[in-house]
Design a protein around this ligand. Structure first.
Ligand SMILES: [Zn+2]
Ligand SMILES: [Zn+2]
Length: 189
């Protein structure tokens, strides 16, 4: 069971956390609803339990969330703008069609599919770099959600079929369908 109460002194919350989908800019409410339907179905299977979802009103991405050259949005800045409303019982997933980047490996703008920051309970997921957006977006959302809500790192087996495999800069989620046995056991304790 995915429960975050072991991360807090206060154990009187209800678990599991509620998942708030936060559509950003032109990511529509309807797209968020379609994603929610897919996640409800998939999460029941891979986490062995149902989750409460809520879709938040659209939020504009302000110019100060962009990189220095104003060509992309900074994933870490977006998370920092969402984290105030998030907690271990209120996970917020920012959803965007815009290209997002982070400073990484000495480059100021490393394009990413998504990002989570340890301890913030918020993450952001972009479909900009996905070839097959319809088929693969929920997988990237699941990957970032698992980092964020379960405090779980990457697949220890580096299994190409496992959603928690480190993408290592490649936007290929085509073979990923589920957690591998090891990740499933570690997460569903
Ligand atoms: Zn795995
Ligand atoms: Zn990851």
């Amino acid at each position: 069971m995915l429960c975050c109460c072991n991360k807090t002194e206060q154990a009187n919350y209800t678990c599991p956390p509620t998942i708030f989908l936060q559509p950003l800019d032109n990511f529509t409410q309807q797209e968020a609803m379609q994603l929610q339907a897919v996640l409800e179905q998939r999460f029941r299977k891979i986490f062995n339990e149902g989750f409460e979802f809520e879709i938040l009103p659209n939020k504009k991405l302000s110019v100060d969330l962009m990189n220095d050259s104003k060509s992309r949005y900074r994933a870490d800045k977006i998370i920092n703008s969402l984290k105030k409303e998030a907690s271990n019982h209120r996970i917020i997933i920012g959803l965007t069609h815009k290209d997002v980047s982070v400073p990484y490996k000495g480059k100021p703008d490393w394009g990413v599919l998504g990002l989570s920051i340890h301890g913030t309970y918020a993450c952001v997921v972009s479909d900009f770099r996905l070839k097959n957006k319809k088929r693969d977006y929920w997988k990237v959302v699941t990957h970032e959600f698992t980092h964020t809500a379960c405090n779980y790192s990457h697949c220890p087996n580096d299994d190409p079929t496992c959603i928690m495999k480190d993408a290592k800069g490649k936007a290929d989620f085509s073979n990923k369908v589920d957690f591998c046995k090891t990740c499933r056991e570690k997460i569903n304790i």
